[in-house]
Design a protein around this ligand. Structure first.
Ligand code: ZN
Length: 140
């Protein structure tokens, strides 16, 4: 099994063999314990992982959807940050969190719009944009 990690020292992304117990960065020498690493992407096939890494380090727009698969929360954060219309922002958050997490909570919304989680949830419910699946859990 292979995975993409982001180095804790220099932040460079690289491919590691997830069966190795620890891994040393060839760029900065930082040693990381594999089980403690945040695996951004994983696959049995090293070629698939390599393609994903190449796609994520390039800036080719048509490969952007692969970026989203690697780090969907970051790309959602980016979209939210760059949307000024509140209603559109709510729609992006509701749609994005439902897609990534299945259901989401006020804290999830809070992490995207700090200080406004409760307000956003209430507005989304009022707009019938989301519904409550069980207490405190929502989806689009
Ligand atoms: Zn490094």
């Amino acid at each position: 099994m292979y995975g993409i990690i982001s180095c804790s020292g220099c932040r460079r992304k690289r491919i590691i063999d997830l069966y190795d117990k620890s891994t040393k960065c060839p760029y900065c020498g930082a040693v990381a314990v594999t089980k403690d690493m945040n695996i951004l992407y994983r696959d049995e096939d090293q070629n698939v992982v390599r393609d994903a890494l190449e796609a994520s380090s390039g800036f080719v727009p048509e490969k952007k959807h692969i970026d989203e698969n690697i780090d969907p929360m970051s790309s959602l954060e980016y979209k939210v940050e760059h949307t000024s219309d509140t209603k559109e922002k709510m729609r992006i958050i509701a749609e994005g969190l439902t897609r990534i997490k299945g259901t989401f909570t006020e804290e999830d919304v809070e992490s995207l719009v700090p200080g406004k989680g409760e307000k956003y949830i209430k507005a989304m419910l009022t707009e019938c944009m989301i519904y409550e699946t069980k207490y405190g859990h929502y989806k689009m």
